[in-house]
Design a protein around this ligand. Sequence first.
Ligand code: KIV
Ligand code: ZN
Length: 516
Amino acid sequence: MSDQDKVIIFDTTLRDGEQSPGASMNAAEKLRLATQLEKLGVDVLEAGFPAASDGDLDAVAQIAGKLKRTTVTGLARTTRSDIDRAWKAVQHAAKPRIHTFIATSDIHLEYKLKMNREQVVDRAVDAVRYAKSFTEDIEFSAEDGSRSDRDYLCRIFEAAIEAGATTVNLPDTVGYAVPEEFAETVRYILDHTPNIGKAVLSVHCHNDLGLATANTIAAIRAGARQAEVTINGIGERAGNTSLEEVVMAMHTRNNFIPVTTNIHTEHIHPTSRLVSMITGIIVQPNKAVVGANAFAHEAGIHQDGILKNPMTYEIMRPETIGLSANKLVLGKHSGRHALRERIKEMGYDLSVAELDLIFTKFKELADKKKHVVDEDLEVIVTEGILRTSDIFKLEYLHVTCGNTVMPMASVKLTVNGRSVRGAGYGNGPIDAAYNTIAKLTGTESELLRFTVGALTGGTDAQGEVTVRLRENGLVTLGKGADPDIITASAKAYLNGLNRLEYLKSHPVTEPTAVAV
Ligand code: KIV
Ligand code: ZN
């Protein structure tokens, strides 16, 4: 197998993934996730869209300064000011890339850009040349490429490569393509773009028709050598191509898709959990590869087969994606060493100070809950490590409720480092807690959705609550877990409020709202 057979994995969880409704992440969360993605082995990491806000630029710059092996890129429209900001963000990366894009379909040209084809080629060439004056590694994307005229695509790619693009990307921006057609377009570009040999052909698919993975695989079989993906398939609207699906399809069906990647598959599951915990976006149980049921065998005949030989019904081994076979259960007698080993096996690298914090929280939980399992530890790690920059923190919650009393909550919070306390009533215990928290934080968010589930089985399982909040047009998710369901609800609400505060202080410029 030659180098030609290696597929570059370009992860855009932190950019396109972050465009999922409510999935905003703060800089500390992004940095943590970027570190995990480097460990997973992604080749290129799109860390954000630096023109969107100073916060985004800053987060991309922090990631660029930290990663050692992974190429770090920032997205830019074809304007010089966007490219300046993208370069400012990635200039200190060990391997910087600038990714610039403009739409190429007639419908975008006529209604959105109000430019003709020649003008768009000129703009693309100017942008690539300008980006090239900063760095060698330049990607050019033809937005809405799958709905663009094929000959025009070849023309603009040829011009972009001539101007210095080292990767040209064909996005199925609106998730319209179907596999055979998309593969044909890839072949057409490879056959009709004279200088395509000087660049890598990339694809970037969206999942509006549920075909993102199929389209990406078809494109790779047709000769594309970079796949743009996100963890858990999160992204704009119905999402992007899932990294785990594409990588495991190539891994499992290597006879049919004979290519390799640099992904360490055993880090797939921890990375998927981390993305879900950070963004608050729940992975559907039947999701391919990383869903909770992906390796669960319910039918008796299947269970019997699995016991006789796992290959009867299992096409992938759970260990391959980092789902440990030996589920170690910890309890209140477990020591630091056992905890550290388990957390390491789960894919988290913690500093000594972080481990100290986690150990304290683990002991608190073990006092309330006999068996502490991986799902519990994940929550402790996420809540203990990732939420340290929170403005609002829960110190104390006491709720009285029952069928003969008016539900009342008494709450103590830290608000910007200052302790505040108060009490309030509600229709039920959660309503009472939320009313009191809203009063103490001075916030006026609207609760759009409230869901509650259990992290594991058993009556001592931790309750897991997800909320969706809206305030002044900003929407976000919040997540919390605790053996006590009212406390879990309060934690989820506070997590959502903290995310709203972050959004308020980091206003985003929508790319589509600004003239190119
Ligand atoms: O979907 C899309 O077209 C994009 C481009 C900016 C690559 O995200
Ligand atoms: Zn996209």
